[in-house]
Design a protein around this ligand. Structure first.
Ligand code: NAP
Length: 356
């Protein structure tokens, strides 16, 4: 089998497959990996790539497989269940680790391995997808314009259809409810409370605090101690969410119901089709504020979240193989605030960008 510079683990999942296709389009030949030989073989044959089946529970086999590459792009989630064994194997073999998580506990666990990553001379970078590259880059961009900022607000609006993996990852975290960051600490926040209006390039939208991964990553990237992250909701969805979310949180902690919901998700959540991926755009907004009144805000327009994820994945892989950073880093720490502008279709709002 040929030498490969990098591996996609979870290559036959919805998002792993998009990344594999984009890699081939760019003339790259990653090693495809996952736990199922039956699912890997047809994809690898179609793309003309090599593959290897290995279970995350078999650490010896995992290290043997990873020993053949310089970098692992981990696309198999929920990452609360899959990240730790892969990071262990990467640290043991000296391979860089990138993953696609948007899960706060996974970012916390990745950052906790910073010293081990520096000793091993490898990069551990979680969140190299729509979560969290655009918002992380934008947070650093606005924070740099307001020295000493104490408040950071991040909001997004987009239209997509979640894949089964995304829905399952959200299901894992939903029972934990809402969070905001205050004075450097994560504090519970009642789901459904705190709606506000944000000016996006497509107009004003009502947004609601939801615990996005930026509560962890933007804190690490900017050091700003008070952070609230928001998602836009339609006027119908907002009251519905405030009614249903606390109830859902309680119900979803019942194991049997979660299993049943997982079964339903697998059969109904297919992710966006090719037309939706090509058509839709996302709008990300961030504002940094100083207590004395100085403030800077800015927005980004990006391709649809899964489309963006496939494109940015390859940019991240190429940068890490080229620059060889080390330590547990956020995307903006690893690549800088302007990195997101290198993704085709991304625009940063200059005309609407206000500094006071
Ligand atoms: N950061 C972002 O912007 C972003 C974007 C897209 C997706 N994601 C995240 O990426 C993950 C995958 O999403 P997806 O759209 O590809 O979902 P998907 O189509 O459901 O694929 C999930 C993949 O994970 C694998 N997997 C799950 N548990 C595993 C385990 N214990 N061991 C080995 N493989 C395991 C599955 O393999 P089997 O079929 O063998 O179970 C499958 O290949 C989700 O956590 C999602 O939230 C993040």
């Amino acid at each position: 089998m040929a030498d490969h510079r990098w591996m996609i683990y979870g290559a036959y999942g919805y998002t792993g497959r998009l990344v594999a296709l984009e890699a081939v389009r760019r003339g790259q030949r990653p090693l495809l990996a996952g736990r199922s030989a039956e699912k890997l073989a047809p994809l690898a044959e179609r793309l003309g790539l090599d593959w290897i089946a290995v279970d995350l529970a078999d650490q010896a086999a995992l290290q043997k497989a990873i020993g053949r590459v310089e970098l692992v792009y981990h696309a198999a989630g929920p990452f609360v269940r899959t990240s730790a064994p892969m990071i262990d194997a990467c640290l043991a073999t000296g391979a860089h680790y990138l993953d696609l998580t948007g899960e706060i506990p996974v970012f916390q666990a990745t950052f906790a391995r910073d010293e081990a990553a520096r000793r091993a001379g490898v990069a551990l970078i979680s969140g190299v997808g729509f979560d969290v590259v655009p918002s992380d880059c934008l947070a650093v961009y606005v924070a740099a314009q307001v020295p000493g900022a104490l408040q950071l607000d991040i909001a997004m609006t987009y239209l997509t259809r979640p894949s089964a993996g995304t829905a399952r990852s959200m299901l894992e975290l939903l029972p934990q409810g809402g969070w905001v960051r205050r004075a450097g600490r994560l504090l519970p926040w009642p789901l459904g409370a705190g709606a506000t209006r944000v000016h996006f390039p497509i107009g004003d939208r009502t947004v609601l605090p939801v615990p996005l991964a930026d509560l962890e990553t933007a804190y690490r990237s900017t050091g700003i101690p008070n952070i609230t992250t928001y998602l836009a909701l339609s006027s119908l969805a907002r009251p519905l969410a405030s009614l249903v979310a606390p109830l859902a949180g309680r119900l979803l902690s019942i194991g049997a119901l979660r299993n049943g919901t997982g079964w339903l998700i697998d059969r109904t959540m297919r992710g966006p089709d090719v037309g939706m991926r090509a058509r839709e755009r996302t709008y990300v907004w961030a504002r940094a504020r100083h207590p004395q009144g100085a403030s800077a805000e800015c927005w980004l327009i990006t391709p649809e979240p899964y489309q963006f994820t496939a494109l940015v994945a390859l940019n991240c892989v190429e940068r890490v193989l080229n620059d060889r950073p080390s330590g547990a880093l956020t995307p903006a720490q690893a690549f800088g605030a302007d990195f997101v502008l290198g993704v085709p279709g991304v625009l940063r709002g200059a005309d609407d960008h206000r500094t006071r």
